[in-house]
Ligand binder design. Sequence first.
Ligand code: ZN
Ligand code: CU
Length: 483
Amino acid sequence: MQADLIIRGAEIIDGTGAPRRKGDVAVTDDRIVATGDLRNWSAGRVVGGKSRVVAPGFIDPHVHHDAALLTRPDMEFMTSQGVTTVINGNCGFSVAPLKDTSAVPEPLRMVVEDENCLFSTFAAYRDRLMSEPSAVNAACLIGHTTLRINEVPDLGRPADPGQVQAMSRSLDQALAEGAIGLSTGTYYPPSRAAPISELIALARIAQAHGKLYVTHMRDEADRVVEALEETFQVGRESGCGVHVSHHKCAGLANHGKSEITLRMIDQAIKTQDVGLDTTPWVASSTILDSGRHKQATRVMIAESEPHPEFAGRDLDDVARLWNTDIDDALQRLLPAMGIFFIMDEADVQRIMSYEHTMICSDGIPGGSHPHPRVWGTFPRVLGRYARDLGLFTMEESVRRMTSMPADRFGLGGRGRIAVGAFADLVIFDPANISEGATFERPIAPAKGIDRVMVNGREVWVDGRKTGARPGRPLEQTAPVKVV
Ligand code: ZN
Ligand code: CU
Protein backbone atom coordinates (compact mmCIF):
# COMPACT_ATOMS: atom_id res chain seq x y z
CA MET A 1 0.00 0.00 0.00
CA GLN A 2 1.21 3.47 -0.88
CA ALA A 3 0.63 6.90 0.74
CA ASP A 4 1.97 10.40 0.14
CA LEU A 5 3.42 10.61 3.65
CA ILE A 6 3.75 8.36 6.68
CA ILE A 7 4.48 9.43 10.25
CA ARG A 8 6.27 6.40 11.73
CA GLY A 9 6.50 5.12 15.27
CA ALA A 10 4.74 7.94 17.10
CA GLU A 11 2.45 7.80 20.11
CA ILE A 12 -0.98 8.36 18.57
CA ILE A 13 -3.35 10.44 20.71
CA ASP A 14 -6.43 10.25 18.51
CA GLY A 15 -8.55 13.08 19.99
CA THR A 16 -11.28 10.87 21.48
CA GLY A 17 -9.70 10.74 24.93
CA ALA A 18 -8.62 7.11 24.43
CA PRO A 19 -5.17 6.15 25.78
CA ARG A 20 -2.30 6.71 23.39
CA ARG A 21 -0.99 3.81 21.35
CA LYS A 22 2.17 3.44 19.36
CA GLY A 23 1.70 3.40 15.60
CA ASP A 24 1.95 5.04 12.22
CA VAL A 25 -0.30 7.53 10.45
CA ALA A 26 -0.52 7.62 6.64
CA VAL A 27 -1.67 10.66 4.69
CA THR A 28 -2.61 10.93 1.03
CA ASP A 29 -3.73 14.22 -0.41
CA ASP A 30 -5.76 15.98 2.31
CA ARG A 31 -6.85 12.86 4.20
CA ILE A 32 -5.68 10.31 6.72
CA VAL A 33 -5.76 7.01 4.82
CA ALA A 34 -4.52 4.55 7.45
CA THR A 35 -3.38 4.35 11.07
CA GLY A 36 -1.83 1.62 13.23
CA ASP A 37 0.95 -0.75 12.26
CA LEU A 38 1.75 0.27 8.67
CA ARG A 39 4.96 -1.73 8.19
CA ASN A 40 3.83 -2.93 4.78
CA TRP A 41 3.01 0.58 3.57
CA SER A 42 5.41 2.78 1.67
CA ALA A 43 5.29 6.52 1.13
CA GLY A 44 6.80 9.33 -0.87
CA ARG A 45 7.94 10.83 2.45
CA VAL A 46 8.52 9.41 5.88
CA VAL A 47 8.48 11.52 9.03
CA GLY A 48 10.01 9.96 12.13
CA GLY A 49 7.75 10.04 15.16
CA LYS A 50 9.99 8.42 17.77
CA SER A 51 9.24 9.72 21.30
CA ARG A 52 6.77 12.15 19.80
CA VAL A 53 2.99 12.42 20.02
CA VAL A 54 0.90 12.80 16.89
CA ALA A 55 -2.51 14.31 17.59
CA PRO A 56 -5.30 15.93 15.57
CA GLY A 57 -4.56 19.61 14.93
CA PHE A 58 -6.08 21.75 17.65
CA ILE A 59 -9.38 23.55 17.07
CA ASP A 60 -9.66 26.93 18.75
CA PRO A 61 -13.40 27.56 19.21
CA HIS A 62 -13.04 31.19 20.26
CA VAL A 63 -10.78 33.70 18.52
CA HIS A 64 -11.00 37.16 16.99
CA HIS A 65 -8.92 36.46 13.90
CA ASP A 66 -11.64 37.26 11.31
CA ALA A 67 -9.46 39.93 9.72
CA ALA A 68 -6.09 38.43 10.67
CA LEU A 69 -6.81 35.53 8.30
CA LEU A 70 -6.49 38.10 5.51
CA THR A 71 -3.90 40.50 6.92
CA ARG A 72 -1.61 37.87 8.52
CA PRO A 73 -2.44 34.79 6.45
CA ASP A 74 0.45 32.66 7.72
CA MET A 75 -1.20 32.78 11.15
CA GLU A 76 2.03 31.75 12.93
CA PHE A 77 0.55 32.65 16.32
CA MET A 78 -1.90 29.78 15.74
CA THR A 79 0.10 27.23 13.72
CA SER A 80 3.14 27.49 16.02
CA GLN A 81 0.99 26.21 18.89
CA GLY A 82 -0.56 23.40 16.88
CA VAL A 83 -3.85 25.05 15.98
CA THR A 84 -5.18 24.07 12.55
CA THR A 85 -8.78 25.36 12.75
CA VAL A 86 -10.23 28.52 14.29
CA ILE A 87 -13.76 29.76 14.95
CA ASN A 88 -14.13 33.50 14.43
CA GLY A 89 -16.88 36.06 14.88
CA ASN A 90 -17.05 35.74 18.65
CA CYS A 91 -18.31 38.05 21.42
CA GLY A 92 -20.84 39.70 19.08
CA PHE A 93 -18.17 41.00 16.67
CA SER A 94 -18.01 39.67 13.10
CA VAL A 95 -16.66 41.31 9.96
CA ALA A 96 -19.81 40.36 8.03
CA PRO A 97 -22.52 41.21 7.21
CA LEU A 98 -21.87 44.92 7.56
CA LYS A 99 -23.99 47.29 5.47
CA ASP A 100 -21.61 50.23 5.53
CA THR A 101 -18.06 49.00 5.02
CA SER A 102 -16.54 52.43 4.40
CA ALA A 103 -15.26 52.89 7.95
CA VAL A 104 -14.60 50.55 10.84
CA PRO A 105 -17.26 51.20 13.49
CA GLU A 106 -15.87 51.72 17.01
CA PRO A 107 -16.84 48.43 18.63
CA LEU A 108 -15.24 46.45 15.80
CA ARG A 109 -11.94 48.30 16.08
CA MET A 110 -10.81 45.81 18.69
CA VAL A 111 -10.63 43.08 16.04
CA VAL A 112 -10.29 44.89 12.68
CA GLU A 113 -7.92 47.65 11.69
CA ASP A 114 -8.69 47.90 8.03
CA GLU A 115 -11.97 48.55 6.17
CA ASN A 116 -10.83 46.18 3.40
CA CYS A 117 -11.56 43.46 5.93
CA LEU A 118 -15.26 44.31 6.31
CA PHE A 119 -17.88 42.62 4.12
CA SER A 120 -21.47 43.44 3.24
CA THR A 121 -22.42 39.76 3.06
CA PHE A 122 -21.05 36.63 4.66
CA ALA A 123 -20.78 35.10 1.18
CA ALA A 124 -18.39 37.89 0.18
CA TYR A 125 -16.18 37.14 3.20
CA ARG A 126 -16.22 33.43 2.37
CA ASP A 127 -15.28 34.13 -1.24
CA ARG A 128 -12.34 36.24 -0.07
CA LEU A 129 -11.14 33.41 2.19
CA MET A 130 -11.37 31.04 -0.77
CA SER A 131 -9.45 33.31 -3.13
CA GLU A 132 -6.87 34.38 -0.50
CA PRO A 133 -6.49 31.31 1.70
CA SER A 134 -4.67 31.37 5.02
CA ALA A 135 -2.63 28.68 6.73
CA VAL A 136 -5.53 27.48 8.90
CA ASN A 137 -9.13 26.37 8.43
CA ALA A 138 -11.71 28.85 9.64
CA ALA A 139 -15.38 28.78 10.53
CA CYS A 140 -17.26 31.90 11.54
CA LEU A 141 -20.12 33.01 13.75
CA ILE A 142 -22.31 36.04 13.00
CA GLY A 143 -22.08 38.77 15.64
CA HIS A 144 -25.20 40.27 17.17
CA THR A 145 -23.35 43.57 17.64
CA THR A 146 -22.52 43.66 13.93
CA LEU A 147 -26.22 43.10 13.11
CA ARG A 148 -27.14 45.88 15.55
CA ILE A 149 -24.73 48.32 13.91
CA ASN A 150 -26.61 47.73 10.65
CA GLU A 151 -30.14 48.07 11.91
CA VAL A 152 -30.30 49.98 15.21
CA PRO A 153 -29.38 53.66 14.79
CA ASP A 154 -29.26 54.29 18.55
CA LEU A 155 -27.21 51.43 19.99
CA GLY A 156 -28.16 52.57 23.48
CA ARG A 157 -31.73 51.35 22.92
CA PRO A 158 -33.46 47.99 22.47
CA ALA A 159 -34.18 47.15 18.83
CA ASP A 160 -37.82 47.79 17.86
CA PRO A 161 -39.84 44.98 16.23
CA GLY A 162 -38.98 46.11 12.69
CA GLN A 163 -35.28 46.23 13.56
CA VAL A 164 -35.41 42.79 15.15
CA GLN A 165 -37.00 41.51 11.95
CA ALA A 166 -34.31 43.11 9.80
CA MET A 167 -31.55 41.60 11.98
CA SER A 168 -33.28 38.21 11.82
CA ARG A 169 -33.43 38.34 8.02
CA SER A 170 -29.77 39.15 7.64
CA LEU A 171 -28.75 36.51 10.21
CA ASP A 172 -30.89 33.99 8.32
CA GLN A 173 -29.13 34.84 5.08
CA ALA A 174 -25.63 34.67 6.60
CA LEU A 175 -26.34 31.29 8.20
CA ALA A 176 -27.65 30.04 4.85
CA GLU A 177 -24.38 31.25 3.27
CA GLY A 178 -22.32 29.10 5.63
CA ALA A 179 -21.79 30.90 8.95
CA ILE A 180 -21.89 28.36 11.78
CA GLY A 181 -23.93 30.20 14.41
CA LEU A 182 -24.78 33.40 16.25
CA SER A 183 -22.55 35.15 18.79
CA THR A 184 -23.56 37.82 21.28
CA GLY A 185 -21.60 40.21 23.48
CA THR A 186 -24.16 41.86 25.74
CA TYR A 187 -21.26 42.70 28.07
CA TYR A 188 -20.17 45.41 25.61
CA PRO A 189 -22.00 48.77 25.42
CA PRO A 190 -23.27 48.50 21.79
CA SER A 191 -25.34 45.45 22.77
CA ARG A 192 -25.95 46.06 26.46
CA ALA A 193 -29.34 47.62 25.78
CA ALA A 194 -30.58 44.46 24.07
CA PRO A 195 -33.29 42.88 26.20
CA ILE A 196 -33.63 39.12 26.43
CA SER A 197 -36.51 39.18 23.91
CA GLU A 198 -34.11 40.47 21.24
CA LEU A 199 -31.66 37.65 22.02
CA ILE A 200 -34.39 35.01 21.95
CA ALA A 201 -35.70 36.23 18.58
CA LEU A 202 -32.24 35.87 17.01
CA ALA A 203 -31.52 32.57 18.76
CA ARG A 204 -34.68 31.21 17.11
CA ILE A 205 -33.11 31.88 13.71
CA ALA A 206 -29.93 30.03 14.72
CA GLN A 207 -32.07 27.18 16.03
CA ALA A 208 -33.93 26.94 12.72
CA HIS A 209 -30.55 26.31 11.06
CA GLY A 210 -29.53 23.76 13.72
CA LYS A 211 -26.74 26.08 14.84
CA LEU A 212 -25.60 27.50 18.19
CA TYR A 213 -26.09 30.66 20.27
CA VAL A 214 -22.58 31.50 21.52
CA THR A 215 -22.29 34.19 24.14
CA HIS A 216 -19.92 36.52 25.92
CA MET A 217 -22.47 36.95 28.68
CA ARG A 218 -23.80 40.22 30.03
CA ASP A 219 -21.79 39.79 33.22
CA GLU A 220 -18.86 37.59 34.27
CA ALA A 221 -18.37 39.20 37.65
CA ASP A 222 -20.83 40.17 40.43
CA ARG A 223 -23.85 39.10 38.38
CA VAL A 224 -22.41 36.06 36.64
CA VAL A 225 -25.12 33.84 38.14
CA GLU A 226 -27.89 36.05 36.71
CA ALA A 227 -26.11 36.17 33.35
CA LEU A 228 -25.94 32.39 33.26
CA GLU A 229 -29.65 32.19 34.08
CA GLU A 230 -30.37 34.59 31.23
CA THR A 231 -28.33 32.42 28.85
CA PHE A 232 -30.23 29.27 29.86
CA GLN A 233 -33.52 31.12 29.39
CA VAL A 234 -32.53 32.19 25.87
CA GLY A 235 -31.84 28.52 25.16
CA ARG A 236 -35.09 27.28 26.65
CA GLU A 237 -37.33 29.83 24.94
CA SER A 238 -35.70 29.58 21.54
CA GLY A 239 -34.93 25.86 21.62
CA CYS A 240 -31.41 26.77 20.55
CA GLY A 241 -28.23 25.20 21.94
CA VAL A 242 -26.29 27.74 24.02
CA HIS A 243 -22.53 27.97 24.45
CA VAL A 244 -20.89 30.08 27.17
CA SER A 245 -17.70 31.72 25.89
CA HIS A 246 -14.50 32.01 27.95
CA HIS A 247 -16.29 31.16 31.18
CA LYS A 248 -14.81 32.99 34.15
CA CYS A 249 -15.64 34.51 37.54
CA ALA A 250 -14.02 37.92 37.52
CA GLY A 251 -13.09 40.11 40.47
CA LEU A 252 -11.88 39.29 43.98
CA ALA A 253 -15.43 39.27 45.34
CA ASN A 254 -16.33 36.49 42.90
CA HIS A 255 -13.38 34.21 43.36
CA GLY A 256 -14.67 30.74 44.15
CA LYS A 257 -18.01 31.32 42.43
CA SER A 258 -17.23 28.75 39.76
CA GLU A 259 -18.39 26.12 42.25
CA ILE A 260 -21.84 27.64 41.89
CA THR A 261 -21.76 28.33 38.15
CA LEU A 262 -20.54 24.84 37.24
CA ARG A 263 -23.23 23.30 39.41
CA MET A 264 -25.78 25.45 37.53
CA ILE A 265 -24.45 24.26 34.18
CA ASP A 266 -24.58 20.66 35.43
CA GLN A 267 -28.24 21.10 36.32
CA ALA A 268 -29.18 22.89 33.08
CA ILE A 269 -27.43 20.38 30.85
CA LYS A 270 -29.84 17.68 32.02
CA THR A 271 -32.70 19.38 30.22
CA GLN A 272 -31.18 21.61 27.54
CA ASP A 273 -28.19 21.91 25.21
CA VAL A 274 -25.36 23.81 26.99
CA GLY A 275 -21.63 23.99 26.33
CA LEU A 276 -18.68 26.15 27.35
CA ASP A 277 -15.06 27.00 26.71
CA THR A 278 -12.36 28.67 28.77
CA THR A 279 -8.78 29.99 28.63
CA PRO A 280 -5.95 28.72 30.88
CA TRP A 281 -4.96 32.10 32.34
CA VAL A 282 -5.85 34.24 35.38
CA ALA A 283 -5.80 37.39 33.24
CA SER A 284 -8.27 38.43 30.57
CA SER A 285 -7.85 40.97 27.79
CA THR A 286 -10.15 43.48 26.16
CA ILE A 287 -10.52 47.23 25.55
CA LEU A 288 -8.84 49.22 28.33
CA ASP A 289 -12.01 51.21 29.09
CA SER A 290 -14.17 48.13 29.65
CA GLY A 291 -14.49 48.75 33.38
CA ARG A 292 -12.48 45.56 34.04
CA HIS A 293 -9.73 47.56 35.79
CA LYS A 294 -12.02 48.01 38.78
CA GLN A 295 -12.01 44.25 39.35
CA ALA A 296 -8.33 43.69 38.61
CA THR A 297 -5.40 43.25 40.97
CA ARG A 298 -3.08 44.33 38.15
CA VAL A 299 -3.60 45.94 34.74
CA MET A 300 -1.09 45.82 31.90
CA ILE A 301 -1.36 47.96 28.79
CA ALA A 302 -1.46 45.73 25.70
CA GLU A 303 -1.46 48.67 23.31
CA SER A 304 -2.30 52.36 23.28
CA GLU A 305 -2.83 54.39 20.13
CA PRO A 306 -1.63 57.75 21.52
CA HIS A 307 1.09 56.16 23.69
CA PRO A 308 2.51 53.07 22.01
CA GLU A 309 5.63 53.43 24.18
CA PHE A 310 3.66 52.15 27.18
CA ALA A 311 2.68 48.78 25.69
CA GLY A 312 3.69 46.14 28.22
CA ARG A 313 3.78 48.56 31.17
CA ASP A 314 1.50 48.44 34.20
CA LEU A 315 -1.28 51.02 34.35
CA ASP A 316 -0.20 51.78 37.95
CA ASP A 317 3.30 52.72 36.80
CA VAL A 318 2.02 54.99 34.06
CA ALA A 319 -0.29 56.78 36.51
CA ARG A 320 2.65 57.26 38.91
CA LEU A 321 4.88 58.48 36.10
CA TRP A 322 2.26 61.02 35.06
CA ASN A 323 1.61 61.96 38.66
CA THR A 324 -2.10 61.27 38.29
CA ASP A 325 -4.74 58.72 39.29
CA ILE A 326 -5.61 55.47 37.52
CA ASP A 327 -8.80 56.76 35.88
CA ASP A 328 -7.11 59.81 34.42
CA ALA A 329 -4.16 57.76 33.14
CA LEU A 330 -6.58 55.29 31.58
CA GLN A 331 -8.45 58.06 29.75
CA ARG A 332 -5.23 59.51 28.36
CA LEU A 333 -4.16 56.10 26.97
CA LEU A 334 -7.37 55.55 24.92
CA PRO A 335 -8.02 54.02 22.45
CA ALA A 336 -6.19 51.16 24.09
CA MET A 337 -6.27 47.47 24.97
CA GLY A 338 -5.59 46.09 28.43
CA ILE A 339 -4.62 42.86 30.16
CA PHE A 340 -6.52 42.42 33.42
CA PHE A 341 -5.56 40.10 36.29
CA ILE A 342 -9.06 39.31 37.52
CA MET A 343 -9.38 35.55 38.04
CA ASP A 344 -8.44 33.10 40.73
CA GLU A 345 -6.18 30.17 39.77
CA ALA A 346 -8.48 27.76 41.62
CA ASP A 347 -11.45 28.88 39.50
CA VAL A 348 -9.39 28.63 36.32
CA GLN A 349 -8.46 25.03 37.15
CA ARG A 350 -11.95 24.10 38.30
CA ILE A 351 -13.55 25.44 35.11
CA MET A 352 -10.87 23.97 32.83
CA SER A 353 -11.16 20.47 34.30
CA TYR A 354 -14.97 20.46 34.36
CA GLU A 355 -16.16 17.61 32.14
CA HIS A 356 -17.94 19.75 29.52
CA THR A 357 -15.28 22.47 29.09
CA MET A 358 -13.20 22.89 25.94
CA ILE A 359 -10.08 25.04 25.58
CA CYS A 360 -9.96 28.35 23.71
CA SER A 361 -7.45 31.18 23.38
CA ASP A 362 -9.86 34.13 22.94
CA GLY A 363 -6.93 35.60 21.05
CA ILE A 364 -6.94 39.15 19.68
CA PRO A 365 -3.87 39.36 17.48
CA GLY A 366 -3.10 43.10 17.23
CA GLY A 367 -0.56 45.25 19.02
CA SER A 368 3.04 44.90 20.10
CA HIS A 369 2.27 43.49 23.53
CA PRO A 370 -0.74 41.15 23.31
CA HIS A 371 -1.92 38.74 25.98
CA PRO A 372 0.32 35.62 25.91
CA ARG A 373 -2.79 33.52 25.19
CA VAL A 374 -2.53 34.62 21.54
CA TRP A 375 0.65 32.48 21.11
CA GLY A 376 0.69 30.16 24.08
CA THR A 377 -2.72 28.76 25.08
CA PHE A 378 -2.71 25.17 23.84
CA PRO A 379 0.90 24.24 24.76
CA ARG A 380 0.28 25.75 28.20
CA VAL A 381 -2.63 23.38 28.80
CA LEU A 382 -0.64 20.35 27.57
CA GLY A 383 2.56 21.28 29.42
CA ARG A 384 1.65 23.07 32.60
CA TYR A 385 -1.84 21.74 33.34
CA ALA A 386 -1.74 18.18 31.94
CA ARG A 387 1.91 17.11 32.29
CA ASP A 388 3.19 19.24 35.19
CA LEU A 389 0.14 19.71 37.42
CA GLY A 390 -1.75 16.53 36.40
CA LEU A 391 -5.06 18.36 36.17
CA PHE A 392 -6.08 15.81 33.53
CA THR A 393 -4.32 13.33 31.27
CA MET A 394 -2.71 14.54 28.09
CA GLU A 395 -5.24 12.43 26.17
CA GLU A 396 -8.08 14.25 27.91
CA SER A 397 -6.57 17.68 27.30
CA VAL A 398 -6.14 16.83 23.60
CA ARG A 399 -9.80 15.76 23.47
CA ARG A 400 -10.82 19.18 24.83
CA MET A 401 -8.88 20.80 21.94
CA THR A 402 -10.00 18.50 19.11
CA SER A 403 -13.03 16.19 18.99
CA MET A 404 -14.97 18.23 21.57
CA PRO A 405 -15.01 21.53 19.65
CA ALA A 406 -15.44 19.66 16.33
CA ASP A 407 -18.51 17.82 17.62
CA ARG A 408 -19.87 20.84 19.45
CA PHE A 409 -19.91 23.03 16.33
CA GLY A 410 -20.60 20.28 13.78
CA LEU A 411 -17.25 20.42 11.96
CA GLY A 412 -17.42 16.98 10.34
CA GLY A 413 -14.19 15.12 9.54
CA ARG A 414 -12.13 17.28 11.93
CA GLY A 415 -10.76 16.72 15.41
CA ARG A 416 -9.87 13.01 15.22
CA ILE A 417 -7.14 10.79 13.89
CA ALA A 418 -9.22 8.28 11.95
CA VAL A 419 -9.26 6.83 8.46
CA GLY A 420 -11.06 9.25 6.15
CA ALA A 421 -10.64 12.27 8.44
CA PHE A 422 -8.91 15.40 7.17
CA ALA A 423 -5.15 15.37 7.72
CA ASP A 424 -4.98 18.23 10.22
CA LEU A 425 -2.18 16.99 12.46
CA VAL A 426 0.31 18.16 15.07
CA ILE A 427 3.47 16.33 16.09
CA PHE A 428 4.85 17.39 19.46
CA ASP A 429 7.29 16.34 22.16
CA PRO A 430 5.22 15.55 25.27
CA ALA A 431 8.26 15.91 27.55
CA ASN A 432 9.04 19.44 26.40
CA ILE A 433 5.84 21.04 25.18
CA SER A 434 5.13 24.38 26.85
CA GLU A 435 4.17 27.91 25.96
CA GLY A 436 6.99 30.23 24.95
CA ALA A 437 4.91 33.35 25.49
CA THR A 438 4.83 35.11 28.87
CA PHE A 439 3.16 38.27 30.11
CA GLU A 440 6.57 39.96 29.86
CA ARG A 441 7.47 38.50 26.42
CA PRO A 442 4.14 37.65 24.82
CA ILE A 443 5.21 37.15 21.21
CA ALA A 444 7.03 33.82 21.10
CA PRO A 445 6.32 30.43 19.52
CA ALA A 446 5.66 27.43 21.74
CA LYS A 447 8.35 24.91 22.67
CA GLY A 448 8.10 21.27 21.70
CA ILE A 449 5.92 21.59 18.57
CA ASP A 450 7.76 19.84 15.73
CA ARG A 451 5.36 19.83 12.84
CA VAL A 452 1.86 21.05 12.01
CA MET A 453 -0.16 19.98 9.01
CA VAL A 454 -3.39 21.44 7.62
CA ASN A 455 -5.35 19.44 5.03
CA GLY A 456 -2.25 17.28 4.47
CA ARG A 457 0.19 20.15 3.94
CA GLU A 458 2.82 21.31 6.40
CA VAL A 459 2.43 24.86 7.67
CA TRP A 460 4.90 24.82 10.60
CA VAL A 461 8.11 22.77 10.74
CA ASP A 462 10.86 22.91 13.40
CA GLY A 463 10.15 26.41 14.59
CA ARG A 464 9.40 27.99 11.22
CA LYS A 465 6.37 28.66 9.05
CA THR A 466 6.55 26.97 5.67
CA GLY A 467 4.56 29.63 3.82
CA ALA A 468 1.92 27.09 2.71
CA ARG A 469 -1.66 28.31 3.01
CA PRO A 470 -3.87 25.23 2.74
CA GLY A 471 -6.62 26.54 5.06
CA ARG A 472 -10.26 26.43 3.97
CA PRO A 473 -13.43 28.14 5.09
CA LEU A 474 -15.41 25.52 7.02
CA GLU A 475 -19.14 25.05 7.26
CA GLN A 476 -21.22 23.04 9.65
CA THR A 477 -21.44 19.55 8.15
CA ALA A 478 -22.67 17.55 11.18
CA PRO A 479 -25.33 18.22 13.81
CA VAL A 480 -24.21 20.21 16.87
CA LYS A 481 -23.78 18.08 20.01
CA VAL A 482 -23.54 18.42 23.74
CA VAL A 483 -20.00 17.29 24.50
ZN1 ZN B 1 -15.51 37.85 24.88
CU1 CU C 1 -13.81 36.93 22.75
